[in-house]
Design a binder for this molecule. Structure first.
Ligand code: SF4
Length: 273
């Protein structure tokens, strides 16, 4: 089945009913499955279930954001209990509208709370939690045109810091297992786009990119990976977004079934129909 949008639609309608910008996650959704993109961003269909991974990752993000917000205001790092309270508040906030939360095998809210406790303990003990860099922004939004004719890119930067000579963009990740430097480089398209945006908005500053990866393993780890800003790779990433956008605008919304994406897709009923 090929689902095509009404060709009379304006470009805004294929970005999303209430949007006039694109995001890295929307582009990635299209690249994984164009039909899922349509269901989510064009048709605005409600998701039939939410993965606990998504809620868990968001709640850990909220705890890290709270930690760095306290540093931004010159306060002492928050206690473990406070971080856990933030995690639980965020979990409740994100889950109260979800009628169907899908947990992984052997997981429930209690086991994930215990995991969050271990991960946040490891984070607080890691040097990355007491960065020497100056925190200047948390969940900072940057927005601007990267490609003429393509809607603005909206970047939500988890952590923005400065050193004496550079602006550092950090993205928080929760992962099933430890990353390698190679994996960080291969996952850098989002950061490369953000660096392009930052470079255009602040042309005089050197921009550095970093992942802070917390693992959801029995014994969690916290590792920072710096990613090289390579102009050739940045240019290629921008071109990939440009061509992805052209495919979206042309209404190419076909299903791309895969054992990786379909089991966790909240639109399986609509897709089967
Ligand atoms: S079920 Fe699979 S093919 Fe269908 S929309 Fe979802 S990800 Fe795409």
């Amino acid at each position: 089945m090929i689902a095509a949008v009404d060709q009379r639609s304006t470009p805004v309608s294929v970005v999303g009913a209430k949007r006039d910008y694109i995001s890295h996650s929307a582009i990635t959704t299209y690249q994984q499955c164009p039909l899922r993109y349509r269901f989510k961003y064009v048709d605005g269909l409600p998701e039939r279930f939410v993965s606990s991974n998504l809620i868990f990752g968001g709640a850990i993000h909220s705890a890290l954001e709270f930690h760095f917000t306290e540093l931004l205001y010159g306060n002492e790092p928050p206690t473990q209990d406070l971080l856990l309270d933030v995690f639980q508040d965020a979990w409740r906030g994100r889950s109260e509208d979800c009628e169907d939360i899908r947990f992984g095998k052997g997981e429930d809210h209690t086991s994930l709370s215990a995991l969050a406790d271990r991960m946040l303990t490891t984070f607080r003990e890691n040097p990355a939690s007491a960065s020497d860099d100056t925190v200047i922004g948390i969940e900072e939004e940057l927005r601007g045109e990267l490609i003429p004719g393509v809607p603005d890119l909206l970047a939500r930067i988890d952590l923005l810091t400065t050193t004496s000579d550079a602006l550092v963009i950090t993205d928080f990740k929760t992962a099933r297992s430890r990353w390698s430097q190679n994996q960080a480089e291969n996952s850098s398209s989002q950061l490369l786009l953000y660096s392009e945006l930052a470079r255009r908005l602040l042309p005089d500053r050197e921009v550095r990119l970093r992942f802070l990866v917390l693992t959801k393993t029995k014994t969690p780890t916290v590792e920072a990976f710096d990613v090289k800003v390579n102009r050739r790779r940045s240019h290629r990433t921008v071109q990939v977004v440009k061509h992805t956008w052209q495919a979206i605008q042309a209404g190419h919304f076909y299903p791309a079934p895969s054992p990786m994406n379909c089991p966790s897709c909240p639109y399986r009923s609509e897709c089967n129909a």
